[in-house]
Design a protein around this ligand. Structure first.
Ligand code: DAH
Length: 359
């Protein structure tokens, strides 16, 4: 029997082949080699697996050829067998090389190849820092009450930071405002109150302003960082009274915390206000029952305020008989701590995303 029939390999891709002599069989093996080599040369990445199945697979054309060798004349079998085997091995190597070339191999070397079909890495979406969020919230509440926003320099003169606010050299109030000096008369501002002076020098009443920004002090512990944020607020007009101050701050606290948050004014002292008050709210942690956060008092101090001292008006040339006003200053980090139950102020500035991404 000298007829060799090659089986059709997979999906009807290959034609049936009928060869009549050993020579024809050898020709057929060589033709198959030529065909496979050409196909491999043109193969794209997606053609590789079909190629492997068609020519090199268990049911592929070369396997078929080898199986049919049994029907070749015994004398020719070893030679034809070796030929078919060598070609199959050659093709297998060429296949691996092509795979490598197309960056489609499974083995080594492929990791370094650039695969443009890979989807891009999704960048995590950023968010606003909790201090920035609370700052924006505070500003929005006061803007809603008709206050305009003014910003001033972080590096401030001794005059604006202290003198004009009725804090002369050697005044004991300077003790709590130790800061970083650029020169004898230039320093990093310790509060946003200097903006009262800058605004009043520039404009005539009526004034309704807030001044948000960074402030600095020589302080560092679980409730103090050397840099923090404040919002200063002030209003100057005719016949402004303490009742106006209370009204504005009550609205602010109701909007910032809960509408039914308790609020109290305690007499205090600031050189630039008279009378002065410290404002407390009912503890947001325990609802006023007493806990560690409020040190069992049921109250949390959240800002300083008062009626603007006539001595300050005199510094900016306003007539204290004609005008009166109120001012207040609050710390943003502290408000954010109370709002979110944060127990260590330093967390804000460690840039740990596990913390920051919670807000
Ligand atoms: N500037 C004060 C501070 O940082 C806070 C303050 C208190 C501001 C009373 C005011 C005020 O405007 O009236 O300690």
């Amino acid at each position: 029997m000298d007829t060799l029939k090659l089986e059709t390999a997979g999906r009807g891709l290959a034609p049936s082949l009928a060869v009549k002599t050993k020579c024809v069989m050898e020709d057929e093996i060589l033709r198959l080699k030529g065909e496979a080599t050409a196909a491999l040369g043109e193969a794209g990445k997606e053609d590789l697996e079909p190629f492997r199945v068609k020519y090199l697979g268990r049911k592929g054309l070369f396997t078929s050829v080898m199986r049919q060798l049994g029907s070749a004349p015994a004398a020719d079998r070893p030679r034809l067998g070796k030929l078919a085997n060598d070609i199959k091995q050659e093709l297998t190597q060429a296949f691996a090389a092509r795979q490598e070339e197309l960056g489609a191999g499974r083995g080594q070397g492929t990791a370094t190849r650039l695969d443009l079909s890979l989807p891009g890495r999704v960048l995590p979406r950023g968010r606003l820092h909790p201090v920035t969020q609370v700052m924006a919230e505070v500003c929005a509440i006061f803007e809603g009450l008709g206050f305009t926003v003014a910003e001033g320099p972080d590096v401030e003169t001794d005059f604006y930071n202290f003198e004009a606010l009725n804090i002369p050299p050697h005044h004991p109030a300077r003790d709590m405002h130790d800061t970083f000096y650029v020169s004898d008369a230039l320093l990093l501002r310790t509060h946003t109150s200097p903006m009262q002076i800058r605004a009043m020098e520039r404009e005539q009443p009526p004034l309704r302003m807030i001044a948000p920004g960074k402030v600095y002090r020589c302080d560092s512990d679980i409730t103090h960082t050397p840099m923090f944020h404040q919002v200063e607020g002030f209003l100057v007009d005719r016949q402004v009274s303490f009742a106006d101050l209370k009204g504005v701050l009550s609205v602010f606290i109701a909007r910032m915390f809960d509408a039914d948050t308790a609020i109290r004014f305690r007499p205090s002292f600031f050189p630039f206000t008279e009378p002065s008050a410290e404002v407390d709210i009912g503890c947001v942690m325990c609802g006023g029952k007493g806990c560690r956060v409020c040190k069992q008092t049921g109250w949390l101090e959240i800002l300083g305020a008062g009626l603007i001292d006539p001595a300050v008006f005199a510094k900016v040339g306003y007539d204290p008989e004609a005008y009166s006003g109120f001012a207040f200053g609050l710390g943003i980090e502290r408000i954010a701590m109370l709002k979110y139950g944060i127990n260590d102020i330093r967390l804000y500035y460690e840039n740990d995303l596990r913390f920051l991404s919670q807000f």
